[in-house]
Design a protein around this ligand. Structure first.
Ligand code: F6R
Length: 361
């Protein structure tokens, strides 16, 4: 039942305020400015002894893991990174006893992720899961974890589950941070930011008509560039993946800082750029990148906290705490991908060549 929406994708995008509310519900502990994660199965002493975190997933879940790794590194100061599960599995990685491994999966059935979990367990590693489907294979094989509570996701491409997974990582980062060196004041600040998310997402969804108009303008492009730096980079990668999956427009994502090391050669009026420009300490650097693109007559769509002079269009996103910016900045670009694909007459819920859960290698 699509409840009045024309596609499951549109329905699932629209459900995000409620979905985010669900992942937060019952977990915030104001007394200690932290969160409770009942199924984590990692006691404070163990949490303190973790020296490194490695996050494994595929596709959109890998991108959510990339944002998660940045959040954990920022809030808990534990060196963290994300890697595609299958790449990890086949490069004979060093499995270190002080590393905590986290498997991310919407379905909990993705073979590449499951096989990585099994390989890690066989080698004695501690593996947690950040999973949506309760009781799925990955949920069962991991030692504990955080359920994402996005509810069923039917559209082949992931939207609400991506957002909820990133919020689940914010909770985990806050939890680990407050066991380690994150102050009470910072804990409070992040909790206040988390509580604002559902209303801010609802506010962004109200801007849909404007995004629909923008999408109609960009729907003719053969290829698009997505750029961002640090917190904005995984957002750019995810937005680029979403666009290519459902519109079949070729898109690639680059760190804005890498433009001048090569991809700038592609910039011309026929190759539009979507730029993620949060109001953080990299704002001036991002603006400089927009200037470089404009100097080559490239069209720019910015997703930012304030209107960007160098951009042809800006989608303005509400401000939250800098650490939580990536959660909000991706949402208008889900609608952008959706409306671009719709303008091109694509089969949005069932893009060609793709399946909802990839249970084979
Ligand atoms: C993208 C998409 C895929 C999945 C990937 C992992 O929109 O849906 O990239 O994210 O196949 O699936 P899960 O999260 O079920 O492990």
């Amino acid at each position: 039942d699509m409840g009045g929406h024309d596609t499951y994708m549109h329905k699932e995008i629209s459900e995000q305020p409620d979905a985010v509310d669900r992942v937060l519900r019952g977990r915030i502990d104001d007394r200690f400015s932290t969160v409770h994660l009942g199924g984590l199965n990692l006691d404070p002493r163990e949490a303190r002894s973790v020296r490194r975190i490695k996050i494994l997933g595929c596709g959109t879940s890998y991108h959510a893991g990339q944002i998660g790794a940045q959040m954990i590194e920022e809030l808990a100061r534990i060196p963290s990174d994300a890697e595609p599960a299958s790449e990890f599995r086949y490069r004979n990685p060093v499995v270190d006893p002080d590393t905590l491994y986290i498997a991310v999966s919407q379905s909990g059935e993705t073979y590449d992720v499951l096989a990585a979990v099994q390989e890690l367990k066989r080698k004695g590693a501690r593996v947690l899961g950040v999973v949506n489907v309760v009781g799925s294979a990955i949920a069962r094989e991991t030692d504990g974890g955080v359920y994402v509570h996005a509810g069923p996701e039917v559209c082949v491409v992931s939207t609400k589950c991506f957002t909820n997974t990133v919020v689940a990582f914010a909770l985990l980062a806050l939890h680990l941070g407050r066991i380690r060196d994150l102050s009470v004041a910072d804990g409070k600040r992040i909790i206040a930011g988390l509580r604002k998310l559902p209303a801010q997402i609802a506010e962004m969804l109200e801007g849909e008509a404007e995004i629909e108009k923008l999408a109609a303008e960009y729907a003719g492009a053969k290829s698009m560039m997505f750029i961002g730096r640090v917190r904005g980079y995984p957002v750019a990668r995810e937005a680029s993946l979403k666009l290519k999956e459902i519109s079949y427009i070729h898109a690639e994502a680059y760190p804005a800082s890498e433009l001048k090391h090569g991809p700038l050669a592609l910039i011309e009026p026929a190759l539009p750029t979507v730029a993620i420009v949060p109001d953080d300490d990299l704002l001036d650097k991002n603006r400089a990148a927009l200037e470089e693109i404009k100097a080559r007559s490239g069209r720019i769509l910015a997703v930012a906290h304030q209107v960007q002079e160098k951009a042809d269009h800006t989608i303005v996103v509400p401000k939250n705490e800098v650490e939580l910016d990536p959660i909000l900045m991706g949402i208008p670009l889900q609608l952008f991908a959706y409306h671009t694909a719709k303008a091109m007459g694509r089969d949005i819920d069932k893009p060609r060549n793709l399946a909802k859960s990839v249970t084979v290698e």
